[in-house]
Design a binder for this molecule. Structure first.
Ligand SMILES: [Zn+2]
Ligand SMILES: [Zn+2]
Ligand SMILES: [Zn+2]
Length: 474
């Protein structure tokens, strides 16, 4: 593709693209990866197979295609890595969360009658940090006002009267780095998934008791969850979860309304009690012979989701979850891939800034034995090794189904009819060729074409919406 020619300009690359493959054939070829900033390039053979008989109907090599390659969108959920793929992920996340509250996309509309709650669970304090909070009238409070502020062993006055701006870099930073318990925080991050799992078990048991007390068979009700993990500025994980109560018919996947006696208030108190009562101790460690106590912080927030209006509607709840689902450690200011013996020293420093100390704590504690190795494996995530978004299968449709729907749309654009798509199988033998576009000109062409296609789809949707409105008026 690239020959040993002198460095050439952007315009020359655009012209080159027109001369080699032609713009339009190339844009059609790359449409599936259009908006991606770092598509995966694949090379190899594509077989079209009759699903019933296994007979190969057609065989094509990528050699016959523009650039001799297939471009596949990277599909990341991380906005910092690929804004467009993350936007697609966020869009999917929003719709699959929301449909679990409003119905649609294979979820019956009766879900609107189920109790639904938005729950925020945070980590406890590991030492005082700069923070920003608002009074009920919307004014910014002084960060940490103390009339008789104590001075710590390191000579730091543990008070701060600043009313921090929203984007102040101080927020989340410890008042005294030496007092702060970095070890406890990274261990908490590592154990947070287990804390969540145990909390759910407690909530499920409490639900069974509440059902029995009302003469309802415990097997006929279920709590369903969608949860996202988010890093706070201090580098501790916290969770936002949507919890919905469903009726359950053993042996069936159908989403049915729960008995009315188990209302939103009952479920809210079950969740609050589960969060308050769940705690456990980790394995012992040389640095903490009794292990660390793992429990939720005092800031447990549980709110009923109201359909249509209010300060926590289905749109707010789905929007929050979708927003957090595309971030990792970005808000803490740390961004790196998995760390190794050779790369960790660039980021870890037990006497450095807050993040450097957290990473140093992960590396240091993680060296003790197999039960702590997760801290090293997830040092770049400050100890957190869980998923950023998880949901019960029964919540609504899945990311896979949404991707299939999108792939069908793309197949239609390419003239492959979906009737045939059910009976034929595409079997690909593809090798990894590399990541990214060949030139900046290619990247720009593909991205702007994708933006135009998105606009056209939006216009088509609006036109369709108008037609539907007119239909109803008729
Ligand atoms: Zn991408
Ligand atoms: Zn402060
Ligand atoms: Zn101190």
């Amino acid at each position: 593709m690239t020959t040993a020619s002198p460095p050439r300009g952007f315009a020359a690359d655009v012209i080159d693209r027109a001369n080699t493959t032609g713009w339009q054939p190339w844009l059609t070829h790359v449409a599936g990866a259009g908006g991606c900033s770092a598509p995966v390039r694949l090379r190899g053979d594509l077989h079209t197979v009759d699903a019933a008989t296994g007979v190969v109907l057609a065989e094509r090599s990528t050699d016959s295609m523009p650039d001799g390659l297939i471009y596949k969108a990277c599909g990341t959920r991380r906005a910092a890595l690929c804004p467009n793929c993350a936007k697609t992920y966020q869009h999917d996340a929003f719709h699959l969360v929301r449909s679990g509250l409003t119905g649609g996309k294979s979820v019956p509309e009766t879900v609107t009658s189920h109790p639904a709650l938005f729950v925020t669970l945070t980590a406890p304090a590991f030492g005082p940090v700069h923070s920003r909070s608002l009074t009920t009238s919307g004014h910014v409070r002084p960060c940490r006002a103390r009339r008789d502020a104590t001075v710590c062993a390191h000579g730091v006055t543990l008070a701060c009267h600043t009313r921090h701006r929203e984007d102040a870099p101080d927020i989340g930073q410890p008042l005294c780095l030496d007092c702060y318990d970095h070890d406890a925080q990274v261990v908490w991050n590592l154990a947070s998934g287990e804390l969540w799992r145990r909390t759910r078990i407690h909530a499920d048991r409490a639900l069974s008791r509440a059902a029995k007390a009302r003469g309802i068979a415990p097997a006929s009700v279920r709590l369903r969850y969608v949860k996202v993990a988010e890093f706070q500025r201090r580098g501790a994980i916290h969770f936002h979860a949507l919890v919905r109560l469903d009726g359950h018919t053993p042996g069936s996947d159908a989403i049915v309304p729960p008995p009315a006696e188990l209302d939103t208030e009952v479920i809210a108190s079950i969740l609050a009690a589960a969060a308050a009562s769940t705690s456990f101790r980790t394995d012992p460690h040389d640095e903490s012979p009794d292990g660390w106590l793992i429990r939720w912080g005092a800031q447990v927030d549980i709110r009923a989701v109201q359909l249509g209006d209010g300060d926590m509607t289905e749109g707010h709840a789905a929007g929050y979850l979708a927003k957090y689902a595309t971030k990792a450690t970005e808000d803490t200011g740390h961004l790196s891939g998995r760390l190794t013996e050779t790369t960790v020293h660039a980021y870890a420093d037990p006497d450095g800034d807050h993040i450097a100390r957290l990473i140093a704590a992960c590396w240091g504690l993680g060296g003790e034995g197999p039960e702590w190795i997760g801290l090293r494996r997830w040092a770049h995530m400050l100890g957190f090794g869980g998923h950023f978004m998880t949901k019960a299968r029964a919540w609504s449709t899945t990311f896979g189904q949404l991707r299939d729907a999108r792939a069908q749309w793309i197949r239609r654009q390419h003239g492959v009819d979906s009737e045939a798509a059910d009976t034929i199988l595409l079997v690909n033998h593809l090798r990894y060729d590399g990541t990214g576009w060949h030139t900046e000109a290619d990247a720009l062409l593909a991205t702007s074409a994708a933006a135009r296609a998105r606009e056209q789809r939006q216009l088509a949707r609006e036109a369709q919406h108008e037609l539907n409105t007119i239909d109803r008026l008729d």
